[in-house]
Each structure stands twice: as structure tokens, then as C-alpha cells.
Design a binder for this molecule. Structure first.
Ligand code: NAD
Length: 367
């Protein structure tokens, strides 16, 4: 593997391989870009088949965080970390504390949070070794579960999309197909139903579907969701669900949901738009959770968080306008907004060199 050639191509600043024999720790921290601020991104634990798979994943995800933070207007860069291991069998206090020490050694250049395979108890162990953790429990002054904020932010993206496509943003006037009724999906459906919208839902988990049916939604099969005659498709479960197989089935006018990496390929955005479907770029729409944790640096304040979420409406609208002005897809326009902001701010500032964060309002890490 030609590692530096790969890093040259992905433009990563730093990749840290973390090993501790006693704790059986094999982890990678990737810092993609710190021009705008410290690299923030979650910790994922996954039984990767190969070390190459783990490296590819952490490089891809950390780069994505740079773009998400940049479009969201945050003073944050992009990073991510992965532990190679099975979250069902390989978790120990020692494992997470060993990783916490590696994160601490980066002096705030990387800040971690929960991601796939990690729960709040694991984060408590990381937090014992470093304060460079966000999304910790509310008892420590953290912001708690980000899902309701992600859902609220997604609704801002929905409003901006309705305005662009239909010239008004009356949520209740339109119909929605929500794929996935999990943490974000359920909250999103609640917001849509609060405006009396017609909502179709699908989930592989029957209980999750039933909860939404009780809110007045109509359940459809896991595969049928792609054929529903609704105005807006809200993917809120899986990635890569806009692909060559599903797209020909769409009667939707808008795609706007919280799931990460909705487009199977970059090119498919052009095909989506050629069919007259407006695509709201996923990472601009689902930034609510990231915005919410970002406020922990200054002392968490829910009111301020909600105000920040509403900027998603303007961010998504701006992306649509740039796409139209420059004759590019909305996905390309989102990338352009991110890159232009990083370049402009980068001219003003030196790269972030690390500092300790004070987290006012938070008590110390439990020893
Ligand atoms: P979750 O695990 O709580 O919910 C996902 C739901 O999707 C589950 O109920 C699951 O049963 C369902 N699902 C799985 N496969 C499905 C299928 N084939 N068809 C229909 N439903 C299926 O996760 P979440 O936190 O609600 O996140 C949902 C999506 O939003 C993910 O893509 C996540 O990466 C993204 N996201 C979440 C946040 C957040 O704040 N939680 C922030 C940004 C992005």
C-alpha cells in the first residue's frame, strides 16, 4: 500500500495509528483538515475484515466531516476515528481509556463523539482520559442525544426544498415517504405530522413502524417505499439508496432526508436532476446533530442550538441557487460551498495547532 500517495490524493493532514497490546487496541484516527478549527468526528467500532477496510473507512468519513462542518458554517475541521473490533464482544474499559489517551495526546486537534457501534457508556471511559469529547451525557454538561436536533434540522432542509420546487414551504400541503423510523426518523415524522402532512413510513423493525402508525402515518413495505406516490422522499436509514435500481421507480419531486451518503455514486445526482427531482445534499441537511454538539465548546445552550439549526434552511437554499447559477448539480454545489469557505478562511488563518478546550458548565471527567 502506498500510504502517502493515498494521503496526497485525499488531502489528509494526519493519520494516527493507535496500538496498545495490553488493551488489545487497534485504532486509527484520521484528521482530514483543520483549516476551520479542530477536527471533529465520531468514533466508530466495527469488525473490519481487513486493516485496509478500516483505513479506507476512516479516511472517507473524516473527509466527509470536513465538508459537513464547512457547509454548516462551523469553526470545525473534519476527523474521525475507528476501532477495529466487534462491538458486541470486544469492548472493555481499558480499550476505551487507551484510545482516550491517544486522543488526549493530540492536544485538541481531534475531538471525538459517538458513532456506529459506540454508546454513551463507552464514551464515559474515553472521557476519563480526555475532555476532547462531545455528546457526553447531560450530567457532565453535554448535549445528549442529537437525533431530535438532526430531525429538526432536516425539516429546515425540507422547507428550503419545498420553496425551491413548489414556490411555497407549506409542509402540510405535501406528502412524504420516510425510510427508517429510528432515532431521527421518528422525530422527523412527529414534526411532519404536527403540520398534518400525509406521511408514509417503512422500517425493517415492526415496532418502530407501529410507533409511527400511532402518529397517523401509513405503513408501507420495506421495498415498496421507493414506489410510493409522495412528493418528498426522506431517506433516514441507509446510505446508497438512490441508485440505478431505485431511481427509475421514483415518482418523488424532492429527495431530502437525514441519512448519510444517500447517492450511490457522484454521477447519479445528474440523473436525479434530469428526472426533474430536486436533491437536497445529505450532509447539508443532516448537520443538526453536529451543530448541536459544536455548541458544547461554549457551554451548551438549547435555545442557541435551535437557532443554529434554522441556518440549515438558508444553507440548503444557497446550495440550490449556486447549482442553478453555475449549471452544476446540487451535490457539486454543496462541495463547492465547502471548498470555497475553507479556501477563503484558510487565507486568513493558520492551520489549527491545538489548544485545550475549557467546556464551561461541564464538570470534570469522572476518575
Ligand atoms: P437508527 O439506527 O436509530 O435508525 C435507523 C432505522 O433504520 C432503524 O429503525 C432501522 O431498523 C431502520 N432500517 C434499517 N434498514 C432499513 C431498511 N432497509 N429499510 C427501512 N428501514 C431500515 O439511526 P438514526 O440515528 O436514526 O440515523 C438514521 C440515519 O441518519 C443514518 O443514516 C445516520 O447516519 C444519519 N444521521 C443521523 C444523525 C443523528 O443525529 N442520529 C445525524 C446525522 C446523520
Amino acid at each position: 500500500m502506498d500510504l502517502f500517495a493515498k494521503l496526497h490524493q485525499t488531502e489528509h493532514e494526519q493519520v494516527v495509528f493507535c496500538h496498545n497490546k495490553d488493551a488489545s487496541l487497534k485504532a486509527i484516527i484520521a484528521i482530514h483538515n483543520t483549516t476551520l478549527g479542530p477536527a471533529l468526528g465520531g468514533l466508530r467500532m466495527w469488525p473490519y475484515e481487513t486493516e485496509q477496510d478500516a483505513l479506507d473507512d476512516v479516511l472517507r468519513l473524516s473527509r466527509g466531516m470536513t465538508y459537513k462542518a464547512a457547509v454548516a458554517g462551523l469553526n470545525l475541521g473534519g476527523g474521525k476515528s475507528v476501532i477495529i473490533g466487534d462491538p458486541r464482544t470486544d469492548k472493555t474499559e481499558a480499550l476505551f481509556r487507551a484510545l482516550g489517551r491517544f486522543i488526549e495526546s493530540l492536544h485538541g486537534r481531534y475531538i471525538t463523539a459517538e458513532d456506529v457501534g459506540i454508546d454513551v457508556n463507552d464514551m464515559e471511559y474515553v472521557f476519563r482520559e480526555t475532555s476532547n469529547v462531545v455528546g457526553v451525557h447531560q450530567v457532565h454538561g453535554g448535549s445528549g442525544d442529537p437525533s431530535p436536533f438532526t430531525a429538526y434540522g432536516t425539516m429546515q432542509g425540507v422547507r428550503a426544498s419545498l420553496l425551491k420546487k413548489f414556490g411555497n414551504e407549506n409542509v402540510g400541503k405535501y406528502s412524504y415517504a420516510v425510510q427508517g423510523c429510528g432515532h431521527v426518523g421518528y422525530e422527523l415524522v412527529k414534526l411532519m405530522r404536527a403540520e398534518n402532512a400525509k406521511v408514509f413510513v417503512s422500517d425493517i423493525n415492526e415496532e418502530a413502524v407501529q410507533q409511527c402508525v400511532e402518529l397517523g402515518c401509513e405503513a408501507v413495505g420495506v421495498d415498496e417505499i421507493y414506489d410510493v406516490d409522495a412528493d418528498v422522499f426522506s431517506p433516514t436509514a441507509l446510505g446508497a439508496i438512490v441508485n440505478e435500481d431505485t431511481l427509475p421507480r421514483f415518482k418523488f419531486k424532492i429527495i431530502c432526508g437525514a441519512a448519510n451518503n444517500q447517492l450511490a455514486t457522484e454521477e447519479i445526482c445528474g440523473e436525479v436532476e434530469a428526472r426533474g427531482i430536486l436533491y437536497a445534499p445529505d450532509y447539508a441537511v443532516n448537520a443538526g446533530g453536529l451543530m448541536n454538539v459544536s455548541i458544547e465548546f461554549e457551554g451548551y445552550n438549547r435555545e442557541r442550538a435551535m437557532r443554529m439549526m434554522r441556518t440549515i434552511y438558508y444553507n440548503v437554499g444557497k446550495i440550490f441557487d449556486i447549482a442553478e447559477r453555475d449549471g452544476i448539480t446540487s451535490a457539486q454545489a454543496a462541495d463547492r460551498v465547502a471548498e470555497e469557505r475553507i479556501t477563503a478562511i484558510g487565507k486568513l488563518k493558520l492551520p489549527f495547532m491545538g489548544r485545550s478546550h475549557s467546556f464551561p458548565g461541564r464538570d470534570g471527567a469522572p476518575k
